[in-house]
Write a protein that binds this ligand. Structure first.
Ligand code: PEP
Length: 252
């Protein structure tokens, strides 16, 4: 395993309340006591109203906070009801933001809005968790790599600070289904993603994450994928017990 940080990113989706601080406290206690020597970074992405509260309560060099979305409007403030700018997010305690999640794409985000969100987050120095992934149909039609390339090229401009971008490969057919891709498939996808990022953006060591139904059992095989710098975890990140089991099995 490399000496680089391994990312365990929790996407809580539309779940959580202030009392779930206990889940994060449990995890904080556990990693401080059991995993001191491992180079890891945990990023919690709860619903936006919880970010400030959690970020104030948890001060840890291994636990950071992020948002699940950001406005595509390039203003710090303004008449955009319901929108949250990168600037506001940054001031609320978020250091990361998920952009391009398939559930947001399904709800209307397109290549252009995703590009605008990425540019805004980049300008405000938020670290970006950029989600890409093909649908089941695209996968069955053997179009996965084409789709991934399109998602990247259509939304990433050349001048971005690529040090602040994590690429989360999340096949849509794997999210919440309990199904994960085979090791050989993931190895191929990761190596192709590296090639695309080198060829088009000169990014030599992109940080690549896998997301989709990660759990304490399948982490044993997912941790074998070369070039994988971490995981984006939905359902199994909601309780500290499940989340800790994943981290424990990753390092066992
Ligand atoms: C996700 O939605 O980003 C995700 C990875 O979900 P799950 O782990 O529940 O499949």
């Amino acid at each position: 395993m490399s000496s680089k940080s391994t990312y365990f990113i929790a996407n809580w989706k539309m779940n959580g309340s202030p009392k779930d601080l206990i889940q994060i406290k449990n995890l904080d206690f556990f990693i401080k006591n059991r995993f001191k020597k491992h180079n890891k970074l945990i990023v919690y992405c709860p619903p936006q109203p919880l970010i400030t509260y959690f970020a104030k309560k948890i001060r840890s060099k291994n636990i950071k906070f992020g948002s699940q979305d950001v406005s595509n409007n390039n203003f710090a403030f303004g008449a955009f009801t319901g929108e949250v700018s990168s600037h506001i997010l940054k001031n609320s305690g978020a250091e990361y933001v998920i952009i391009g999640h398939s559930e947001k794409r399904l709800a209307g985000d397109n290549y252009n809005t995703i590009k605008q969100k990425i540019n805004n987050a980049n300008q405000n120095k938020l670290k970006i968790i950029f989600c890409i992934g093909e649908s089941l149909k695209e996968n069955k039609n053997k179009n996965s790599l084409l789709i991934l390339k399109k998602q990247i090229l259509a939304s990433l401009e050349k001048g971005l600070n690529f040090k602040n971008i994590l690429f989360a490969y999340e096949p849509v057919w794997s999210i919440g289904t309990g199904i994960i891709p085979s090791q050989s498939y993931l190895i191929k996808v990761f190596s192709e993603l590296k090639k695309i990022l080198i060829r088009h953006y000169s990014v030599k060591s992109p940080k690549l994450l896998y997301g989709g139904s990660v759990n304490a059992q399948n982490i044993q095989s997912l941790k074998m994928i070369p070039n994988c710098n971490g995981y984006l975890i939905g359902g199994a990140s909601l309780t500290s017990k499940n989340f800790i089991d994943i981290i424990q099995n990753y390092y066992s």
